[in-house]
Design a protein around this ligand. Structure first.
Ligand code: O2Y
Ligand code: MN
Length: 610
């Protein structure tokens, strides 16, 4: 087949060029365009998207250089039931992943890919996850027929010529194949209709042995921006397992004390637990400062000094808009003041954006995320989709840490784990050892409220290490990997591990802890514990702060009685927890590490003696 190149091939990497041409032969695009990551390219793609009716340019005086997209109603979020780990052996995907035979899946998907880019351009996006050239970073190349994906990848990753230089003539990359799965007939254009395939044709497939990603039929978020969840978590977790490092669903923050001492903290929380808010927190305690390294993903390797160093592999934030306001997260609001791609938020009459929970009433009539006129108090449904997003540059975040692009990464002093736990789990407790910390990570979960999940309200939906949707291999092996990472380290240099719970409620359903900026009070105790200070008592579940250990100066809303409840040890609740953990662990069969069974048994016997 003769391949029509729109611009010159910017690499001599023969393997890469051959791979691009093989896919072009299958997908039959109009032409192939190699992305260079420049501002001129971003601007040109934006113009193309506006001309096709897919994007609305926002009022430049209100939101400079920003666009709004409305996706198809069937294409609004990650689709876990269409996401596959196609390892050669089913056991390698494990009990928590959708497994499918890779040969069978490739056959199905290759049929779908035939001619899928007709009438469209195939964009080749060379990108780096992590600072270009960092020894923790990895290179990916995404093929896509979506200009929306191209501009989002510009913001979320490092795209372009420098990446190809590092890749060189023979370098390795993670091959990422994506199409919206909606070919155009001769003369047809999108004409304002978000292109995607119906749900039963959507596939988000990962091939762990060959480190390939094949995505078909969705243009949205984690399904289409393949550097994020697909590469940086599902494939990278496999690479990290093979190569002895960690690829985690964790924020990274820099914490500075009033004395100017610095510690870096990484934290894993299930989706929708406020990771972005924590990463951009404004402390309520005087003199303390939080700065952001990353809000979603951390890649970590040991440095020559034996410390664990972390990078944020991303270059932007793909944050949830609804609920983000000047009171919940001013830094996220400022990050999205310009150069931002909004998806599925509402449009105001003066060309700005609005969403539920933005902190002020809808200014007049809006156009909602479905493209209909919407009036507050009159129209049905929400103006913005609950999973509406802003794609914003990390460099535009007022609290971005100066070290955020350091190729060496930042040394991690503490890991935090947490979920939404209205009962049982105290505000904060600390593990007594690395393996005890791994145990804490393995039992992360949130209490379910939604009947839709078909679970009894109050049931804990376990999301170990917040990696349930993102671990690219058997989660039992993943637990063992965490144990191994700790056992090979200089124990004195390992990060300390903490379990936090901002979501405790009273028996009558009131929040016990204000959260947001006041979480800095808990971070302060964690900081002190990492320095061998911070008052604590050893309990059956680990070290807990003494009643006076958490700084409550200026915090009238939390009474002594509230604090007592937040830091109480609920023996009966934890005994019930043991039963629930046993049920959770049973899924992993012989893959469950012995060390975790020992931790569970140890906890049970300490609770029985208490
Ligand atoms: O729905 C999507 O495609 C995005 S999901 C997402 C986006 C940013 C950060 N985290 C997540 C997540 O689901 O954990
Ligand atoms: Mn996430």
């Amino acid at each position: 087949m003769s391949v029509k190149y729109i611009n010159a091939i910017p690499t001599k990497n023969a393997k890469l060029v051959q791979w691009v041409e093989e896919w072009a032969a299958i997908c039959q695009p109009e032409g192939i365009y190699w992305c260079d990551g420049s501002k001129a390219e971003y601007d040109k793609m934006s113009d193309v998207l506006v001309a096709s009716g897919l994007a609305t340019r926002l009022n430049d005086k209100k939101r400079p250089n920003s666009l709004l997209f409305r996706s198809d109603a069937s294409d609004v979020a990650r689709v876990e039931n269409r996401t596959y780990i196609a390892s050669e052996k089913q056991e390698d995907a494990g009990p928590t992943n959708n497994w499918i035979d890779p040969k069978e899946l490739k056959k199905t998907m290759l049929d779908l890919y035939q001619g899928c880019m007709k009438g469209r351009t195939m964009y080749v996006i060379p990108f780096s996850m992590g600072p270009v050239g960092s020894n923790i970073a990895k290179i990916g190349v995404e093929l896509t027929d979506s200009a929306y994906v191209v501009i989002n990848m510009h913001t979320m990753t490092r795209v372009g010529s420098k990446v190809l230089e590092v890749l060189g003539d023979n370098g390795e990359y993670v091959a990422c194949m994506h199409t919206v799965g909606k070919p155009l007939a001769a003369g047809e254009s999108d004409n304002g209709v978000w292109p995607c395939a119906p749900i039963e044709k959507k596939y988000i497939a990962h091939f762990p042995e060959t480190k390939e990603i094949w995505s078909f039929g969705s243009g949205y978020g984690g399904n289409a921006l393949l550097g994020k969840k697909c590469l940086a978590l599902r494939i990278a977790s496999v690479q990290a397992h093979e190569e002895g490092w960690l690829a985690e669903h964790m924020l990274i923050l820099k914490l500075t004390s009033p004395e100017g001492k610095v510690k870096f903290v990484a934290g894993a929380f299930p989706s929708a637990c406020g990771k972005t808010n924590l990463a951009m927190l404004i402390p309520t305690i005087p003199g303390w400062k939080v700065e952001t390294i990353g809000d979603d993903i951390a890649w970590m390797k040991y440095g020559k000094d034996g410390q664990l160093y972390a990078i944020n592999p991303e270059a932007g934030f793909f944050g949830v808009a609804p609920g983000t306001s000047m009171s919940s997260n001013p830094n996220a609001m400022h990050s999205s003041e310009k150069d931002t791609i909004f998806t599925n938020v509402a449009l105001t009459e003066d060309g700005d954006v609005w969403w539920e929970g933005i902190g002020y009433k809808a200014p007049g009539k809006l156009i909602d995320w479905k493209g209909n006129v919407w009036e507050e108090g009159k129209s049905e449904g929400a103006a913005a989709h609950a999973n509406a997003r802003f794609t914003a540059k990390a460099g535009n975040c007022p609290c971005i840490a100066p070290e955020w692009q350091d190729p060496a990464g930042v040394p991690i002093s503490a890991f935090l784990f947490g979920g939404r736990r209205p009962s049982t789990v105290p505000l904060v407790h600390q593990s007594t050892s690395w393996n005890h910390g791994v145990f804490m990570g393995s039992i992360v979960g949130s209490e379910v409220t939604a009947a839709a999940l078909d679970l009894k309200a109050g049931t804990v939906r376990r999301d170990p290490f917040a990696m349930l949707p993102f671990c690219g291999y058997n989660m039992g092996d993943y637990f063992q990997h965490w144990i191994n990472v700790g056992s090979k380290a200089d124990q004195s240099k390992l990060p300390k591990i903490f379990f936090v719970n901002w979501f405790r409620k009273t028996a009558d359903g009131k929040w016990l802890w204000p959260g947001f900026g006041d979480n800095s009070r808990v971070l302060k105790w964690i900081f002190e514990r990492c320095d061998g200070a911070g008052k604590a008592i050893e309990t059956p579940i680990g070290f807990m702060p003494t009643a006076d250990a958490i700084d409550r100066s200026g915090l009238e809303s939390v009474t002594d009685a509230d604090m007592k409840e937040l830091l109480s040890l609920d023996i009966e609740g934890w005994k019930n927890e043991i039963a629930s953990i046993k049920e959770h662990y049973a899924k992993f069969g012989t893959k469950l590490p012995k060390a975790l069974t020992e931790e569970l048994n140890g906890l049970e016997s300490r609770l029985n003696k208490a």
